[in-house]
Ligand binder design. Sequence first.
Ligand code: ZN
Length: 309
Amino acid sequence: MQRAWPAGTAAAAAAITHLALGAPPASAAATIDDIRVGGVDIHVELEPRAFRDGGAAAREWIRRSASIVSGYYGRFPTTRLTVRVIAEAGDGVHGGKSFANPDALIRVQVGREVSGTQLLADWVLVHEMTHLALPDTGEEHAWLSEGLATYVEGVARVQAGNRSEADVWAEEIRQMPRGLPQADDRGLDHTHTWGRTYWGGAMFCLLADVEIRTQTHNRLGLQDALRAVARASSGLTSDWPIERVLRTGDGAVGTTTLEDLYAQMKDRPVTPDLMRLWQQLGIEPAGSSVRLSDSAPLADLRRAIMRAP
Ligand SMILES: [Zn+2]
């Protein structure tokens, strides 16, 4: 499944997967049981009668998503989590929101007729669980949390064998240009459009990943920086200034990439040559997909991004 961001307004997109820092809505669902994945207790709230299989496929989806995110971060980003499944009319996964007050909670809306295939191809829950690994840096920096969740979702699923590498790069080639600055842009911290928040943030992550790997001779990448941030904080349940997040990540990989990129991009429109970057990584558009070339100058780096450490 391709990421089905609504093509409409920033507000519409924000309503789907945006972090919500207020109180979560009260539960209307019955608790069915807890799942333990890689050291984390996931408390699942869903109404078994809402699903034909009693919620078995949804439980498996929650377990799989947690395992994907645990693989990327080396462990699940929080020690406890509640996943509240809201059954709605129709099929598919309709959206999700992450809360942290005080414990981590993810609320996801799922169609009663959802199929196993749809759950296998879902990106929403991995996106939401990725939010749990980053401290709350404030609304002004939503581009960092949404950008990371957008970027990490694809990489983490490739590393877990849940999505193809070509599919992820094809989506980035199609969507990331929406993250480039428009005429009235004032930098990532001051331009809160949908495109800049989700794909401008994801672009920051891709540039950082490539730069960290270039500077460390491909020994380390953004993933190592993010693991360090998750380890040093309690993830979303802690409040950190963005500078501390970036400094912690940089310290773990021995570069100043994140801080330098932030200094360049926070207050000013920066327009990198994305097509040239993808060419160097060995990614060429081919119809609705891409062709990957292993002889491109940065092909090793591209493969390392998608390889589980
Ligand atoms: Zn989000």
